[in-house]
Design a protein around this ligand. Structure first.
Ligand SMILES: *Cc1c(COP(=O)(O)O)cnc(C)c1O
Length: 402
């Protein structure tokens, strides 16, 4: 079908979308309506942990759909129990509440911390978050986010989210008052540009929270489920949070997310939390298949090896083209371009490589979260050949800039 024949105007125009419609995906590849293929280093924004339409997800959906899709969250179902059991066994947490999006999981974490504050800290409700953080697009999670401009968009904000500076422990400590109940952060700020917490900062935060009797909340919507080469990002740092949220990778592409807490922080009482689709067996069956795959022996070692390989290749490209440093952990990486050509490189990589050797009717999907930065969030099970091809396309796209 031609792009012009699609009813494009029937969708709300919420972002500048390129003029193509994706119709098929497989592993690291996507195909559009015109039959052009794309090497995908965006993967639904770090969502498709196992690439597009992996066998285990197709099989899980096919097996679960005829059995049971939604009995209501007020009843138990088998896949959600199995997935909760697997997640608690593999982590430091005791309880799970499944949600449908990362923002909803973070909303739950905020509610849980406020409830805990009412019970244990005399009604304290403030949650210290960080500048440049991203926690979601609901009103409360936008208020928690430290994204520039979000404090005035849809004002007034939800109060109670003072912002500290990421990797600056003193700036966190300076914000602690009698009203503080928790500190919440991403171990690696994803949307903020792949800013990695230092081990000292994470360890310092844990000690600070212990000293002041506060909860430590890790938003692992982007860093969880193998992205950093450990099953959960906090394991990379050797620090245990009290509450963690998961999203993106846990569903491998379907809407599934979760709120996990240690027993002492699991303070919801009946009627305080819920949701129509929460923990439905169709999505949790998929989550079970994804997490089982990521927990297979050698899978995470392979992610670390691929992350090292990607880092080395990005470093070599940077040296060859006089770009800035690369950074990241595992397969969440970024490259500084030194110039504000990020958006132009994304467009050229997607639309402008056709005709170059190896890129006939082929494009490359990249992401530029800041004007001079590229972010790489490929499938966790991609191949080194796909990394080599991406580097080749990226080099061409950068060299084509004026
Ligand atoms: C994507 C993201 C969210 C929001 O998840 P949604 O599923 O889009 O609501 C929250 N926190 C972090 C760290 C994210 O990367």
């Amino acid at each position: 079908m031609n792009f012009a024949d699609y009813p494009i105007k029937t969708l709300m125009d919420i972002t500048a979308r390129p003029e193509m419609v994706f119709v098929r995906g497989e592993g690291s590849w996507l195909w559009d309506n015109a039959g052009k293929r794309y090497l995908d280093f965006v993967q639904g924004w770090a969502v498709n942990a196992l690439g597009h339409s992996p066998r285990c997800i197709v099989d899980a959906l096919a097996a679960q759909a005829p059995l049971l899709i939604t009995p209501s969250p007020a009843f138990y179902n088998e896949p959600s129990l199995k997935l909760a059991e697997l997640l608690t066994r593999a982590s430091c947490f005791d309880r799970v509440f499944f949600t449908n999006s990362g923002a909803e999981a973070n909303e739950g974490a905020i509610k849980l911390a406020r409830k805990w504050g009412r019970r244990h800290r005399g009604g304290a409700f403030e949650i210290i978050t960080t500048v440049n953080s991203f926690h979601g697009r609901t009103i409360a999670t936008m208020s928690a986010s430290g994204k520039p401009g979000w404090d005035t968009m849809f004002a007034p904000q939800v109060p109670g989210f003072p912002k500290a500076v990421f990797n600056d422990l003193a700036s966190v400590e300076a914000l602690i008052t009698g009203q503080t109940v928790a500190v919440m952060l991403e171990p690696v700020q994803g949307e903020g540009g792949v800013n990695c917490a230092t081990p000292e900062f994470m360890r310092g935060l844990r000690a600070l929270c212990d000293r002041h009797g506060l909860l430590l909340i890790c938003d692992e919507v982007q860093t969880g489920i193998g992205r950093l080469g450990t099953l959960f990002g906090y394991q990379h740092y050797g620090v245990e949070p009290d509450i963690m949220t998961l999203g993106k990778g846990i569903g491998g592409g379907v809407p599934l997310a979760g709120l996990l807490a240690k027993e002492h922080a699991s303070v919801f009482e009946h009627g305080e939390q819920g949701g129509t689709y929460n923990g439905n067996p169709l999505m949790t069956a998929v989550g079970l298949a994804v997490v089982q795959e990521v927990m297979k022996p050698e899978f995470l070692a392979q992610v670390r090896a691929l992350g090292d390989y990607l880092a080395t290749q990005l470093g070599a490209l940077s040296a060859a083209l006089d770009l800035g440093p690369e950074r990241g952990i595992g397969l969440l990486r970024a490259l500084e371009l030194k110039r504000d050509i990020g958006a132009a490189v994304v467009t050229t990589a997607r639309d402008g490589l056709t005709g170059r050797p190896g890129w006939d009717r082929t494009g490359l999907l990249l992401n530029s979260p800041r004007p001079s930065l590229l972010r790489f969030m490929p499938a966790l099970n991609l191949t080194t050949a796909e990394i080599d091809l991406m580097i080749d396309g990226l080099r061409a796209a950068i060299e084509l800039q004026p």
